[in-house]
Ligand binder design. Sequence first.
Ligand code: ADP
Ligand code: TZD
Ligand code: MG
Length: 557
Amino acid sequence: MTDGFHLVVDSLKLNGIETLYGVAGIPITDLLRLAHDEGLRYVGFRHEQSAGNAAAIAGYLTQKPGVCMTVSAPGFLNGMVALANATTNCFPMILISGSSDRAIVDLEQGDYEEMDQMNAAKRYAKAVYRVNRPQDIGIGIARAIHAACSGRPGGVYLDLTAEVLGSVLDKETAKKSLVKVVDAAPAQLPAPESVTRALDLLASAQRPLVLLGKGAAYAQADDEIRSFIETTGVPFLPMSMAKGLLPDNHAQSAAAARSYAIGQADVVMLVGARLNWLLSHGKGPLWSETTQFVQVDISPTEIDSNRPIAAPVIGDIKSVMAAFNAALKPGEVQASSDWIGEIGKRKQKNIEKMAARLKEDPSPMNFSSALRAVRDALASRPDVYVVNEGANTLDFGRNIIDMFEPRKRLDSGTWGIMGIGMGYAIGAAVESGKPVVAIEGDSAFGFSGMELETICRYKLPVVTIIMNNNGIYRGDAGDGVPSPTGFSPDARYEKIIEAFGGTGYYVTDTQSLNKAVSDAVASGKPALINAIIDPTAGTESGHIQSLNPKSALVAST
Ligand code: ADP
Ligand code: TZD
Ligand code: MG
């Protein structure tokens, strides 16, 4: 005989899932022990949200669903934030939660950790499934994998009742019930006429621009994308997590002339990027009304979501870019030399302006000087993953820290969410074995800070840098009573990691910061650098102040 616990582990292993992220407790404790004993790598967290974030980023980096396991009701809900965030960002992830006795839950008779989890998850997941019989575990996990990875990737909730986990069945039936998924993310080839339509439109452009989003990074179509961009000579702009898909210092990067390039382009090709708030919905004042769009996306309903799309190309990005490269005639799509020249001039001017700002070395440090010190320390380490969250810390970080390799920048993403920091850092370190530097606002860090213990326990090469300006956006200590945005003055975050055996650094100048980052990354060991930033240096809401509602009353006086 065998049981539900074994069937879950066997199904995951059969489908190439090697790592589980989670928090133990009833009814999944024995499941985690068994997984651990059977050679699955289990990473135990201090909070399910961070475990879920690690699973989500694992999915983004590997194209295989990251799996997070939680207990019932509260553990499930903690994990749900990460699952919803994964769905929003199009990362493949599976949240598996144990659930309490359905007979009691459905009559609301007050079970231990009672909740109708499957229905609660529905609204925020790409798909939800519940397994009610042990012989359905194999098919349930197969369905979850297909749903997470195929088409537009997303978060899937899989409900495993405590009863199913503990149920026994004979080994023969159990073996037959396992399902090995074939082709979880089938290639989706674009219709030939959509390829022609897109190339025709690009060929007619005087001022073409390619906009690369994190869908392009996710697709692992690095060679196909690079070949198309370099063959045509079209300037490109990366969205934040697409930085490094082509190196930030690439001659065709228009990043330093972003507004100009977006505002003046006559045809823009979106590749795995949505026209959401991060791109001002494709509307003015950033965008011109006459710009025409090519949009490459796997999701047909993304088309015409904010602006009419003249040339939609539905397919997976690897197949679409390969089709473009195959169909492209020499010289068919070209950026005019005027266009490249104008972008180049503006880039030069902006780069000089930025260099002057970055040269300043005020005391205390501000965001520019501190992040310049971090940038210089990372310049010789393109292999390092960079996690970044905060407001000013995020906005300055995105602009100052150059990326040279694909999928190395992991940040707050589509929601602008705080709390992904330590989870993403752990997921990236575990999946890649490479060093990670998490550049964190002091507020942002607080959402997942207890995972420093997890980092130390697993001896992960994660260096956390806290841009400590003593508050949300700015340090405002308040007068006697703490202000809504301020934190304790002179918080010594570096001492937290020392409590778990990691190395703490307290730095107040750029030279020490630069050295601390270099040393900490070179050590390959857990470290935390508390970088003291001028509490007045930040701006409210960072670079998205315009999204903050202002009272009409205040505006009119
Ligand atoms: P960004 O925030 O970088 O602009 P978004 O998350 O808004 O990026 O957009 C990512 C887009 O990429 C989504 O619309 C998603 O459907 C699409 N996408 C994800 N994976 C693929 C893929 N393999 N092929 C094509 N499109 C993809
Ligand atoms: N809660 C969650 C889950 N996500 C959020 N985005 C917020 C709250 C609101 N918020 C931001 O949008 S940025 C931010 C919060 C709380 C923190 C900014 O402070 P910081 O960064 O210290 O992290 P800077 O460098 O001081 O600006
Ligand atoms: Mg701060």
